[in-house]
Design a protein around this ligand. Structure first.
Ligand code: KE4
Length: 430
């Protein structure tokens, strides 16, 4: 596979961008591979700077539900761009997308657009703290809510201790109130709530974890969090930046029948443009400036290009009511094909999936939390990733990431993926 252009671009970029990337995971350091520089996307396919084609299972980290360069999205962008790119004032497309989100997502009684998932979750925590006049936050090990200081905490040595900074540059006081507990462990949440009664503003969770690999909630786990949050006066925040519009048109909360107090959305809501939102019960959202005392602002929030791309995407979902059922069928086919190839290769691996997000974990046992994910055979995953790449399949370059597919992954694409995976799983077996 000729990688000359990618190599040259990577080398030149390393002189200007830390690691040659604008986001760490793109460096391929987790798998020891050579990052590909992408020239364009076409439906389910990526084409790199050397002309090599890959079936894409990153899908802009879940942002693309209809594939790359989806014609209705491009047409909407072209129309919007003709009128200008940003006005620094409200424009009709913001209201149109807000109405779409409000219609599709039950938890979104009111909402505010921002430009990234990090902004959305950071604002949601500030809002929860302002609305409850409490500072404590419970998050889950292996969850990722963006890079705001408050989340860059790791569990202290024992439950009742305070969070410890998980990144250089995060002041200890920024994570003092952040408590990190194991995913799928409602008892640990209850112990933290009791150990610091009245201290917690929020419990924030990915209702389907995607940032340690795909880890579904155990039956009853989300409902238990709902009960505990209500009982202890904390707000339940579903971080649906990844799962929103993917796990179901109405989001994972609706899919599992659990209603959060606040929800964050991103990725799909912007159709591949920088756009995210925080939303929730109206009486909480009315605490946000200029109505209330919780400040948050953004130059490009609600910009017409992101609104146009998001609106075209949500309109496409609304126009295909059978979409998620079809994605479930394709996901089941992909999963059973991968499981057959795992058995054939005799490799210790398993597939965990919710709808069109999935992970091949190199683990004998089910992965139910971050400790389980951390015990996976990452060297085997790296061999799997490299072998797929060589066969034209771009899988997320980390064992701790979810893979995504969408409406552009048809029968031919799934077939081709399974053929490449059969070889890659044998390579993973070593
Ligand atoms: P951004 O700030 O990257 O737009 O969103 C942060 C975020 C918040 N919440 C959840 C559940 C997320 O998955 C993310 C971002 N997801 C990662 C993929 N694991 C982004 C990829 C990257 O960091 O390059």
């Amino acid at each position: 596979m000729n990688l000359e252009r990618s190599r040259a671009l990577q080398r030149a970029a390393e002189a200007l961008l830390p690691g040659g990337v604008d986001s760490p995971v793109r460096s391929f350091r987790a798998v020891g591979g050579e990052p590909r520089w992408i020239a364009r996307g076409e439906g389910a396919w990526l084409v790199d700077a050397d002309g090599n084609r890959y079936l894409d299972y990153i899908c802009s980290w879940g942002a693309l539900l209809f594939g790359h360069a989806h014609p209705p999205v491009l047409a909407a962008l072209a129309r919007a761009a003709q009128a200008g790119t940003s006005f620094g004032a409200s424009s009709p497309l913001e209201l149109a997308l807000a109405e779409s989100v409000h219609r599709m997502v039950p938890a979104a009684e009111m909402l505010r657009f921002v430009n990234s998932g990090t902004e959305a979750t950071m604002a949601a925590i500030r809002l929860a703290r302002g609305a409850t006049d409490r500072m404590g936050v419970i998050q889950f090990a292996g969850g990722y809510h963006g890079h705001a200081d408050v989340f860059l905490a790791q569990a202290g040595s024992g439950l009742a201790t305070q969070g410890l900074a998980a990144s250089a540059g995060v002041p200890p006081e920024a994570v003092t109130h952040t408590h990190t507990v194991p995913y799928n462990d409602a008892a640990a949440v209850e112990r933290a709530l009791r150990a610091h009664a009245g201290a917690f503003a929020a419990i924030i969770i990915e209702p389907v974890a995607g940032n340690m690999g795909c880890v579904p909630p155990r039956p009853g786990f989300l409902a238990a969090l709902r009960h505990l949050a209500t009982q202890h006066g904390a707000l339940l925040i579903f971080d649906e930046v990844m799962t929103g519009f993917r796990v179901a048109a109405a989001g994972a909360g609706a899919h599992f029948g659990v209603a959060p107090d606040l929800i964050t959305l991103g990725k799909i809501v912007g159709g591949g443009l920088p756009c995210a939102a925080y939303a929730g019960r109206a009486e909480i959202m009315r605490q946000v400036a200029p109505l209330g005392p919780v400040y948050q602002a953004g130059t490009l929030s609600g910009n017409p290009l992101a609104m146009a791309a998001g609106l075209a995407t949500l309109e496409a979902i609304a126009a295909h009511p059978e979409l998620h059922a079809e994605l479930e069928r394709r996901g089941a086919w992909l999963q059973s094909g991968l499981e057959a190839a795992i058995a054939q290769a005799g490799v210790a691996a398993r597939v965990q999936r919710v709808g069109s997000m999935l992970t091949v974990f190199f683990s004998e046992k089910p992965v139910e939390n971050f400790a389980d994910a951390g015990a996976c055979d990452r060297a085997a995953f790296a061999r799997f990733h490299q072998a797929l790449l060589e066969r034209g399949v771009m899988w997320p370059p980390s064992q701790f990431e979810a893979a995504f597919f969408g409406a552009a992954h048809g029968d031919a694409e799934i077939e081709a993926t399974l053929q490449a995976a059969a070889v890659a799983l044998r390579a993973a077996a070593g």
